[in-house]
Design a protein around this ligand. Structure first.
Ligand code: AMP
Length: 276
């Protein structure tokens, strides 16, 4: 089947098939992690729609919107290879016509951990995801565990606003040396890349411990050893659903999440750790 490329909402409506739809929202610069989401999506519906849209609303004024990698032709090839039926790649003006007023507010959970470092990020992300849900009308939408708080916020929005879509989380794809795949990895120099390995190393060191204080301390030690080339933004051990810090007595799954700057590149990673 040939891939249909819909460049605006009218094309998208024409491209809709009769069967069930699984949506994979992306910002393009597709890599093996995105491929794994498309493959997962194919097991959940008749037709996979991949959206490619670098959403200005979720970038802060000092973030990398203007230099975010754009590799559209290669992205189309990836989607074709992985058996997506439709790529929805609207222009900014098509997604946000003038006069826009109403948007999604992420609430308190949008202001902690990643949200504390990126004010407004989750509001912008949820707004575009809800718009994509309304435009594509998928039965299922697949998101990576790599962006664990994003996944948790989307589940929260779907529950709180009764959005009729099933959310599926997919595991983080890593390089053989542990580095989580990210579109932003292409900004890293060879030296930066070596430094960046401290993120996944710290998560593994944390995961080898059993109690919250020791998990945080073990991860922290690895990150501190990588300074000053690695500039830590946050390290947090949180409840996967709320992103609130877990207490020492916590049992169940927790997310150990880290964000750090290496050179000019901001990287995030996380690992799920079972406690108790
Ligand atoms: P992005 O294009 O970075 O906005 O990401 C689009 C989707 O791909 C999100 O659901 C991400 O969580 C997911 N994703 C990004 N990196 C990875 C990875 N290394 N493994 C699995 N999923 C990923």
């Amino acid at each position: 089947m040939d891939l249909i490329v819909a460049r605006n909402r009218t094309d998208l409506i024409k491209a809709r098939g009769a069967g069930t739809i699984a949506l994979v929202p992306t910002m393009g610069a597709l890599h093996e992690g995105h491929r794994s989401l498309v493959r997962a999506a194919r097991t959940h519906a008749d037709q996979v729609v991949v959206s490619i849209f670098v959403n200005p609303l979720q970038f802060g004024p000092n973030e990398d919107l203007s230099r975010y990698p754009r590799t559209f032709d290669a992205d189309l090839e990836v989607c074709q290879e992985e058996g997506a039926a439709v790529v929805f790649a609207p222009a900014v003006e098509d997604m946000y016509p003038p006069g826009r007023q109403v948007s999604v507010h992420a609430g308190e959970m949008g202001r902690i951990v990643e949200g504390a470092s990126r004010p407004g990020h989750f509001d912008g992300m949820l707004t575009v995801v809800l718009k994509l849900f309304n435009l594509v009308r998928p039965d299922v939408a697949v998101f990576g565990q790599k962006d664990a708080q994003q996944l948790a916020m989307i589940r929260r929005m779907v529950a709180d606003l009764d959005v009729p879509v099933e959310i599926v989380g997919a595991p983080t794809v890593r390089e053989p040396d542990g580095l989580a795949l990210s579109s932003r990895n292409r900004y890293l120099s060879a030296e930066d890349r070596q430094v960046a390995l401290a993120l996944s190393r710290a998560l593994r060191a944390g995961a080898a411990e059993r109690a919250p204080a020791r998990i945080r301390a073990a991860a922290r030690e690895v990150l501190d050893a990588a300074a000053p080339e690695l500039e830590l933004d946050y390290l947090a051990l949180v409840d996967p659903a709320t992103f609130g810090d877990v207490p020492e007595s916590y049992t169940g799954e927790a997310v150990l999440a880290v964000a750090a700057r290496v050179g000019a590149t901001r990287l995030i990673d996380n690992m799920v750790i079972a406690l108790g």
